[in-house]
Design a protein around this ligand. Structure first.
Ligand SMILES: *Cc1c(COP(=O)(O)O)cnc(C)c1O
Length: 390
């Protein structure tokens, strides 16, 4: 693991990576499993006439099983996509297109990922009516909030499982139940939750679930939408009718093999990894909160992913803060939308001012984060903020 080693006295060292929610490195075990599928085993999984195709198809079937097992569904309910952005588009547009004759109302949350929000904005141009629920200051929405806005023409409720910026975990099971009582389907963008939290789609009443490999130590450019049997969606990509007609396009066999392996590893190691990262995160968070005055955590702390903290440093210039933190790779409460840097809309919805949002740091830990890196990060962050405040 030389790539990830950190030597504090090495001038060429890389910043400590604390941005696992943006993307994760590919686990070397995943990479190893993927490699043969680029070269010797290069077949097209849709080639039914020879061994090259059959072998590729078999590898895809194995990966489909590995993914299905992680979320407790059957392999035929898995639709491979290019990632979670595409999965969210397919779920929401796919349901709308299929069901707009019975209703055009969709409920979602204002703190969703842009892949959900922008898809909803697009559908508004096509006649959809969207309700954007606003969470409380802790980032959570309640099933009652959903119940209050459900209508007889509501076709879909889409609520993310865990938020990418603040990590809050929504009460998915109760929200799905409320949606079903009103006859609506339930979709969740579970990109930040898959492989981190135990998910049981049938038990939790989830009809559609989006995920992405590069957030769980798999490669970029591959993900999936899980579509429970009986749930109908209109395909958004026309072509050869791959994935049971739900998503055409030649399958990304190495990517799919990698996603499957990443799911297998996540399932085996989830419990121990979560415990280890919770301990490191809690240490990082409590040290910063106790050593730096005028700091607070954004979002609820009890219902939260255990590998992440989002801390606001009051009365600190956010831009300077990020520029000064050269030795840690973190993300701030800003989002680069086209050319301009805007304060995070998620933090603004929680009630933060622009300045507070800019001066918030999201630190997300992962599989290769070490105790030494956390000790170093605490020291560095405390020092930088002290200096900035004079
Ligand atoms: C990263 C992310 C996405 C986008 O996934 P891609 O595979 O990069 O398209 C969508 N939703 C959430 C919550 C994410 O964290």
């Amino acid at each position: 693991m030389a790539l990830f080693s950190q030597k504090n006295n090495d001038p060429m060292r890389l910043p400590v990576y604390l941005d696992y929610n943006a993307t994760t490195p590919v686990d070397p075990r995943v990479l190893e499993t993927m490699l043969p599928w680029f070269t010797e085993q290069f077949g097209n999984a849709a080639s039914r006439t020879h061994l090259y195709g059959w072998t590729a198809e078999e590898a895809v079937a194995t990966a489909r099983k590995q993914l299905a097992k992680l979320v407790h569904v059957t392999p035929k309910e898995v639709v491979f996509t290019s990632g979670a952005t595409e999965a969210n588009n397919l779920a929401i547009k796919g349901v709308f297109e299929k069901k707009s004759h019975v209703g055009k109302h969709i409920i979602t949350v204002a703190t969703e990922h842009k892949a959900v929000l922008d898809t909803c904005h697009h559908l508004e141009q096509l006649g959809a009516e969207i309700t954007y629920l606003v969470p409380a200051a802790d980032g959570l929405i309640t099933p009652q909030q959903v119940a209050e806005v459900l209508r007889s023409d509501t076709i879909l409720v889409s609520v993310m499982y865990a938020n990418n910026e603040i990590g809050v975990i929504q009460p998915i099971r109760d929200i799905a139940e409320v949606a079903h009582q009103a006859g609506a389907l339930f979709h969740t963008d579970a990109t930040q939750a898959v492989g981190k939290l135990p998910i049981d789609m049938p038990l939790e009443g989830i009809d559609l679930l989006s995920l992405s490999a590069h957030k769980l130590y798999g490669p970029k450019g591959i993900g999936a939408l899980i579509v429970r049997s009986g749930v109908e969606i209109a395909s958004q990509m026309d072509g050869g009718g791959h994935e049971r007609g739900r998503r055409s396009g030649t399958l990304n066999v190495p990517g799919i093999v990698g996603l499957g392996k990443a799911c297998e590893i996540a399932q085996k190691e989830m419990k121990s990894e979560t415990a280890r990262l919770a301990e490191l995160r809690n240490h990082l968070e409590s040290e910063i909160l106790s050593k730096v005055p005028d700091t607070f955590v954004n979002g609820t702390t009890p219902h939260r992913l255990s590998h992440l903290t989002n801390i606001c440093f009051e009365n600190v210039d956010g831009e300077n803060l990020l520029l000064s933190l050269r030795d840690v790779a973190v993300s701030t409460g800003s989002a680069c939308t086209s050319a301009s840097v805007l304060p995070s809309y998620v933090l603004k919805i929680l009630g933060l001012t622009d300045d507070q949002a800019y001066a918030s740091l999201r630190m997300s830990l992962g599989r290769f984060t070490t105790e030494e890196e956390i000790t170093f990060a605490i020291h560095h962050i405390v020092e930088v903020v002290e200096k900035m405040r004079g």
